[in-house]
Ligand binder design. Structure first.
Ligand SMILES: [Fe+2]
Length: 253
């Protein structure tokens, strides 16, 4: 019997996707942000955490069978909102921990200075490129990433929380460019917000992230190649719509 003709085994467990995030607390030491902006940010962050937890629980029970088209399904809406809120939490946590250092300073012998100078030619060239990312971003984020494939850093912006996110890019520095982050304190002057935010970067945090990113060896993910087989009985393929797409070889359940 070919794999395609086998019946998919009945699931023994109910799908359980629920992941509960616990909101973290952060020291908001920035001297550039008003108390109002800090409170607004805290409220927004907590809303992303609560929304993610609620969506995660709903995904445990929503019908997969009704998600039979890409135009309208509760499953589709929940999956979009899941990543929106998940990234909203992650990006804010990265942002809260890498800015707001009033004693910010970068040393010429630090890893961030050496890496960014290496990849842009000069540290100032990196600064201007990163600020340009922030200015070009609409409601979103300016992000400096480590690319484990090229083993170098690059700047890019995210729009909202999910658009223009580079696959496998590891964020080492994040600055919020949503209006709520800057418009109240710097009305109409986003450039000043970017300048002042970059003068409060916690370079020790960025350095630790760079070290972790470079040691992660995620470039190995790209190097994995498939093992070819000419044995048709061992070929996995698509099954009827009523069953799971992939049958597991050797699964005796
Ligand atoms: Fe924000």
């Amino acid at each position: 019997m070919s794999v395609q003709e086998q019946k998919a085994p009945v699931a023994k467990k109910v799908i359980s996707e629920a992941v509960i995030l616990m909101p973290r607390t952060f020291l908001m030491r920035s001297e550039n942000q008003s108390a109002t902006t800090k409170e607004n940010h805290e409220d927004l962050y907590n809303t992303y955490v609560k929304s993610f937890n609620r969506i995660s629980a709903k995904l445990d029970t929503v019908s997969r069978a009704d998600a039979d088209n890409s135009n309208d399904s509760e499953y589709r809406r929940l999956k979009l909102d899941e990543v929106h809120n998940m990234n909203g939490v992650k990006l804010h946590e990265l942002y809260f921990t890498n800015v707001g250092d009033p004693k910010s300073e970068i040393r010429a012998d630090s890893i961030p200075f050496m890496r960014l100078s290496r990849d842009w030619g000069t540290f100032d060239a990196w600064q201007l490129d990163f600020r340009a990312c922030g200015m070009a971003a609409r409601e979103g984020w300016a992000v400096c990433y480590f690319d484990p494939f090229k083993n170098q850093y690059f700047n890019c912006f995210v729009e909202q929380h999910t658009a223009n996110v580079p696959v496998m890019g590891i964020p080492v520095l994040v600055v919020d460019t949503w209006h709520h982050a800057w418009f109240y304190d710097f009305p109409g002057d986003k450039m000043e917000y970017m300048n002042k935010s970059m003068r409060e970067i916690n370079w020790e945090v960025v350095e630790m992230r760079m070290m972790a990113a470079e040691m992660s060896k995620l470039n190995q993910v790209y190097a994995i190649q498939p093992v070819a087989s000419i044995d048709k009985e061992k070929t996995v393929g698509f099954s009827p719509a009523s069953s799971a797409p992939v049958a597991v070889l050797g699964d005796r359940k």
